[in-house]
Design a protein around this ligand. Structure first.
Ligand code: NAD
Ligand code: LMR
Length: 331
């Protein structure tokens, strides 16, 4: 191992996504096949024994890239020196619950863990929040960790992005690697807007290849918006392997860069007001990444129907932010 190990925090490591993502990170799916990692796994006291079980399995799997493991229920110990923080810990949505129902439980956790990251994380630590409500949890984390640069705090909408690519791939019977430049705008919720207007399939406009605008403007959009709920219905549990894989994609592209062909991915990032999104919320945009920095793709043409949907999801984020502030004030 020639490179110095990077420390990667996974909160909620004893949970479903934790169990799926820790082996992916240990195999190099997040930081690359030549980057040793030290996994920092955090969970809460009731999950302590399960967390120890995950630690034991990671040891048993003998990963060549895994240079060490910290498994703890102490947030400060978990956050010490971390270069990447994957924030999964929290309460998942169960069948019949809306994302707002989990808000009050989860935003309080994100306020508390912001303090631990602020105190202990390595300078330049990159944070992705997965736990729902992902955009608003990441906003609360950022507001309560003022020394972490705002551009280092993001949330996961890559799963929605990948879901959109997957649907276009299935519909066109084209391998997913040839489907590019879908966009997820806004919130990781059912108001998100999966936009195919700039997407390409095998280099041609997706609308031309699919040839069915009614499908693309109707069923496709609602399928991607509702996919999380459909998985919950089918599995009785929320998505885990796809969430874990997409979180690896999110960090990998952020750290190692998006493709040289200029194709983009979707990330929830601090809104600078691009495309009329409200400022002061974490909103999903199309981004390219280079040298560890993301930048919002500018200059895309937006039709009126898209603008209306982008506005609606932005408004939901502003409402969620207000609700989160109320929850924190009541806590
Ligand atoms: P899970 O219940 O299986 O695991 C969550 C883990 O978090 C549990 O082990 C729990 O003990 C732990 N936890 C609770 N409070 C904690 C705290 N304060 N500190 C550290 N750990 C804590 O849930 P899951 O299926 O792994 O989902 C995790 C989260 O990810 C949920 O909020 C879910 O809704 C969300 N999610 C987001 C996406 C996305 O695309 N953004 C996709 C799927 C799931
Ligand atoms: C998902 O998108 O699969 C998760 O966010 C689960 C959910 O609550 O929808």
């Amino acid at each position: 191992m020639s490179k110095a190990p990077k420390r990667v925090l996974v909160t909620g490591a004893a949970g479903q996504i934790g169990y799926a993502i820790c082996p992916m990170i240990a195999r190099g799916a997040m930081l690359g096949p030549d980057q040793p990692v030290i996994l920092h796994m955090l969970d809460i006291e009731p999950a302590k024994t399960a967390l120890e079980g995950v630690r034991m399995e990671l040891v048993d799997a003998s990963y060549p890239l895994l240079a060490g493991i910290v498994a703890t229920t102490d947030a400060e110990e978990a956050c010490k020196g971390v270069d990447v923080a994957v924030m999964v810990g929290g309460f998942p949505r169960k069948a019949g619950m809306e994302r707002k129902d989990v808000m009050s439980k989860n935003v309080a956790i994100y306020k508390a863990q912001a303090a631990a990251l602020e105190k202990g994380a390595a300078p330049g630590c990159k944070v992705v929040v997965v736990a729902n409500p992902a955009n608003t949890n990441s906003l609360i984390l950022g507001e309560n960790a003022p020394s972490i640069p705002k551009e280092n705090i993001t949330c996961l909408t890559r799963l929605d992005h990948n879901r959109a690519l997957g649907q276009l791939s299935e519909r066109s019977a084209t391998h997913v690697s040839k489907v590019k430049n879908a966009i997820i705008w806004g919130n990781h919720s059912s108001t998100q807007y999966p936009d195919v207007n700039h997407a390409t399939i095998d280099g041609k406009p997706a609308r031309e290849v699919i040839g069915d605008d009614a499908y693309l403007d109707g069923e496709f959009v609602s399928c991607v918006q509702q996919r999380g709920a459909a998985i919950i219905k089918a599995r009785g549990l929320s998505s885990a392997l796809s969430a874990a894989s997409s979180a690896c994609d999110h960090i990998r592209d952020w750290v190692l860069g998006t493709p040289a062909d200029g194709s983009w991915v979707s990330m929830g990032v601090y809104s600078d007001g691009s495309y009329g999104a409200p400022k002061g919320v974490i909103y999903s945009f199309p981004v390219t990444c280079k040298d560890g920095q993301w930048s919002i793709v500018q200059g895309l043409s937006i039709d009126e129907a898209s603008a209306t949907k982008m506005k609606a999801t932005g408004e939901e984020l502003v409402e969620e932010k207000a609700l989160a502030m109320e929850c924190l004030a009541d806590a």
